[in-house]
Design a binder for this molecule. Structure first.
Ligand SMILES: NC(=O)c1ccc[n+]([C@@H]2O[C@H](COP(=O)([O-])OP(=O)(O)OC[C@H]3O[C@@H](n4cnc5c(N)ncnc54)[C@H](O)[C@@H]3O)[C@@H](O)[C@H]2O)c1
Length: 306
């Protein structure tokens, strides 16, 4: 089709590309002409063991389709090795899909240091390590597309996932800052919050949902966000079963307690701070907040005293 979004001569690193969502991204980017680094450590859902076969299988699938791919078996914690694999095989890096992930679900009271650290190392540490290793190259070539994978658990919280939700929420903070820092060099960075059938969700979602929520219905958003024609940056998208929507901060009109604000005043007027009706706004930067506060203080000063 004439409007097909192609990735010819683009090099795409997909982490955790041996199964689930990562495998689906890798196959689709390859179908569209991209050269793929299929990264996967081949671990269990809780991050144990390792197997080269997991990445190799996807590379075989891609090659059978006539596509181009190499396997990489390093943990995402070692981003430089993954970048080296891309440079050695293809000479450049255009797109990073930070997708690899594991779970260490346990209620917070029972969470060990290891449950916490491992999740931070893989999700946040992995995205940092790989992105950092590629960042200067993307800046120099004035092109880069990066996807960070968050989760409903990150943006809403979820029982038994204090570690995972912290890391997943943190990944959007990573997106927000890199989107700003990458802007002038045509590096676009976005976050997705997917829902898809995979080994991560096979015992959580109902069979009906699993049938509808295929990874393939998440893939098109990621393809579009990573295409050179897409300028979107710094956004977060929920994506599931073919549904896509963006989300943003909404601020309540708030209350202003003046220079002598007291805890007792806040108690009395608590509903005002938490009320989303009226003059709500949608701040996009810290400076928006400071401007708003200054505006309220100035307006209050200018108000005639009775
Ligand atoms: N499936 C969903 O509904 C859903 C929802 C929210 C977020 N996510 C996120 O989407 C991403 C993909 O999840 P999935 O459902 O496809 O899971 P999955 O378990 O099928 O795939 C994850 C892959 O990452 C690999 N991996 C794990 N640790 C690694 C490491 N240190 N280095 C390299 N590879 C590693 C695993 O071997 C596995 O192949 C994850 O980040 C997950 O947290 C998924």
């Amino acid at each position: 089709m004439a409007d097909t979004l192609r990735f010819d001569n683009r090099v795409i690193i997909v982490t955790g590309a041996g199964s689930g969502l990562g495998r689906a991204y890798a196959l689709e980017f390859a179908r569209r002409g991209g050269k793929i680094v299929v990264n996967d450590l081949g671990v269990s859902r809780v991050g144990e063991g390792s197997s080269a076969r997991v990445a190799d299988n996807v590379v075989d699938e891609i090659r059978k389709l006539g596509g181009t791919a190499v396997a990489n078996y390093d943990s995402v914690e070692f981003g430089e090795k993954i970048v080296k694999a891309a440079i050695d095989a293809f000479g450049r890096i255009d797109v990073i899909i930070n997708n690899a992930g594991i779970l260490r679900d346990v209620s917070f009271g029972k969470m060990t240091d290891n449950d916490w650290d491992l999740i931070m190392r893989v999700h946040l540490g992995g995205a940092f390590s790989l992105t950092k290793a590629a960042w200067l190259k993307m800046r120099e070539q004035k092109f880069g597309r990066i996807i960070n994978t968050s989760s409903g658990s990150g943006i809403y919280g979820n029982f038994g996932q204090a570690n995972y939700s912290t890391a997943k929420y943190g990944l959007h903070g990573f997106t927000l800052t890199l989107a700003k820092e990458g802007e002038k060099n045509n590096i676009r960075v976005n976050t997705i919050v997917p829902n898809a059938a995979s080994r991560m969700t096979e015992d959580i979602l109902t069979p009906d949902l699993l049938r509808l929520l295929t990874p393939e219905r998440v893939v098109p958003l990621v393809v579009y966000l990573c295409h050179e024609s897409c300028q979107q940056t710094g956004n977060l998208y929920e994506v599931a079963g073919g549904f896509i929507a963006t989300m943003r901060w909404q601020r309540s009109p708030g209350l202003y307690g003046g220079e002598n604000i007291r805890a007792e005043d806040i108690k009395r007027r608590w509903a005002e701070a938490n009320n989303y009706t009226g003059n709500v706004d949608y701040p996009q930067a810290h400076t928006d907040t400071l401007q708003k506060v200054m505006g309220i203080i100035e307006a209050e000063k200018a108000r005639p005293k009775l």
